[in-house]
Design a binder for this molecule. Sequence first.
Ligand code: NAP
Length: 264
Amino acid sequence: MNLAIIGFPIEHSLSPAMQKAVLDRDSEYIRIAIPPESLKAGVESLRDLGFRGFNVTIPHKTRVMEFLDEIDPDALEIGAVNTVVNESGKLIGFNTDHLGFLQGLGDFSIEDRDVTMLGAGGAARAVFHALKKNRARRITIGVRNPDRARNFDSAEIFRFEDPEFESRLQATDLLINSTPLGMFPRVDEKPPIDLQKLNPEAFVYDLIYTPELTRFLRESQQRGHRIANGVPMLVGQGAEAFRLWTGKIPNIDAMLDALLKQFR
Ligand code: NAP
């Protein structure tokens, strides 16, 4: 079985190591750099060459949808595809990020919870979909520029410095960082919120996976919050892609080990 990940640039993708750890020896999973102007030709080539499927990453997650034959309803609502399955020449697009996000929550149930998200970009859209689907009671999003936060229908969007946003922090059960603030190499950065204003019982989840413990998570942990990082989400989205291509459930621990070996 031939598989790939497409993006531009693509050389730093961690997915090949993670997938190769669970694919059988006859399978291949390769990185392919496809510049935006060649996306259509690239997708057609993968179909013609009989690839079983491919992952899609930045900057192609939204535009790739134009070149597929069918889009799964969750991916359509999120507005992005990160996994494509080739069913006898028919390309079907899925989004597995929203399922990966749920993996990071462990036994924490979203239903009827008050949730606050920081940032409203691509990853936030997948998270928002998972929150809605799992019946969060209220979803608040803090951003620096509300004009750029589109298509988050039922969420309430505020600037970080809005006093109403600060009062939402006091009521929140789950706080999610979906900005890149604190990601390697700018590890001294953190989202612009005052953790003293946060409900002391809140679960703090950072989608960043490099470093594994961001400054935001470290400070939250020091204040006694339960925390989660982006590693289970990354493994979870990859595991779901593997299941879509092979019909099998992969060994999650093997995927996690392969991923962590690249970090440490
Ligand atoms: P994105 O589409 O570029 O969105 C980033 C969001 O953060 C936007 O709302 C952006 O606001 C905001 N932001 C960026 N810099 C900011 C700053 N200095 N101050 C305030 N807000 C700022 O990025 P993404 O693809 O959603 O990724 C976001 C993070 O999630 C990254 O760290 C990525 O590694 C992580 N991620 C993790 C996984 C996983 O599997 N664990 C999956 C996907 C993404 P503007 O619109 O105003 O620029």
